[in-house]
Design a protein around this ligand. Structure first.
Ligand code: KMH
Ligand code: ZN
Length: 310
């Protein structure tokens, strides 16, 4: 694989992960909590250039990650009224949610896209620094992940594949480690996958692969061997700072798309905490321009992802 293979002027889009299920509000005042805040932040991310807004919801009073369908409906409708971003709710959810609870947003809201997690692994956020702003439940949430397994068993993924098909929702396959690609190939062997697929390489979670160039290259090469370069589109999401922007730069260089957002990273530079999702998208837009990629919004992304003809 050539290390610099994105054609000059090739189109790139971004997804912005707005609020997250594996973070707590006390980590940053910029994390949107209520449906109105999540909608505002998603609309701001779209205005800054994001084609996809990846959404979780939180209990409005506490900020605890939630799977409440009413909250999802409010946020999805709110974003749809104000912009044409591709709305991509999570089916990953947060700590303590069952696969049934996590899947409900797909079956009930039938979104254009949703995330689809390709394997089980430890997902540790207990290393996050405790801050005075954090409520007792937040400390418990973080510390509890010493025992947390993010569950996505084979049976779960078989079922989820069927539910996505029934809903007409395009999965974004979240792969955190190379083995998750083999799990996805296994789903394809069972005829549970519709090609071309869209893969998100999520690197930097404690419990899975690190956000490093050679790991992205290895996973990309493996994915292309399994599915063919024509059989897939892909994006990279680095968790933490500077991982988010290092991975974005690698993806831009290698011909992929990018994901940024407060779900994965709270800093815009080493010295400055991000004040909004839009600020993180703006930085990605700047990086893309420096690397001669042509930025596209929701319509361009729909075209690339094959959503336009669905
Ligand atoms: N929290 C991210 C590391 C999902 O929502 O389905 C991965 C994620 C998964 O966004
Ligand atoms: Zn997510």
């Amino acid at each position: 694989m050539s290390a610099t293979r994105a054609a000059a002027g090739s189109p790139v889009f971004a997804s912005c992960a707005i609020t997250g299920g594996m973070s707590v509000p006390g980590q940053s005042a910029a994390i949107p909590i209520t449906p109105a805040q999540i909608v505002d932040s998603a609309v701001g991310a779209h205005a800054a250039g994001a084609a996809i807004v990846h959404l979780h919801v939180r209990e409005p009073e506490s900020g605890r990650p939630s799977s409440d369908l009413g909250l999802f409906r409010e946020v999805i409708a709110g974003v749809g009224e104000r912009c044409d971003a591709i709305v991509q709710p999570t089916s990953g959810g947060g700590v303590g949610m069952t696969i049934e609870e996590r899947a409900r947003v797909v079956t009930e809201c039938r979104p254009e896209m949703a995330t689809f997690n390709c394997g089980s692994f430890n997902f540790g956020i207990f290393g996050v620094r405790h801050r005075p702003e954090m409520a007792p439940w937040e400390i418990e949430y973080l510390e509890g992940t010493r025992e947390y397994v993010f569950r996505n068993t084979f049976a779960d993924t078989y079922r989820l594949s069927e539910l996505f098909r029934e809903a007409g929702t395009k999965p974004e396959y979240e792969v955190y480690d190379v083995g998750h690609l083999y799990n996805l190939a296994h789903l394809a062997e069972r005829d549970l996958v519709d090609f071309p697929i869209h893969v998100q390489f999520v690197l930097g979670v404690l419990g899975a692969n690190r956000a490093e160039l050679h790991q992205l290259e290895h996973m990309l090469r493996t994915a292309e061997d399994l599915f063919g370069a024509e059989g897939m589109t892909w994006s990279a999401a680095g968790v933490g700072y500077p991982g988010q922007f290092h991975l974005a730069a690698c993806a831009l260089m290698l011909g992929g798309h990018v994901r940024v957002g407060l779900e994965d990273n709270l800093r815009v530079t080493l010295e400055k905490r991000a004040e909004s999702n839009g600020e993180l998208v703006e930085k990605a837009v700047g990086l893309a321009a420096m690397l001669d990629r042509e930025w596209v919004g929701p319509e361009g992304a729909r075209e690339i992802l094959g959503l336009a003809e669905r």
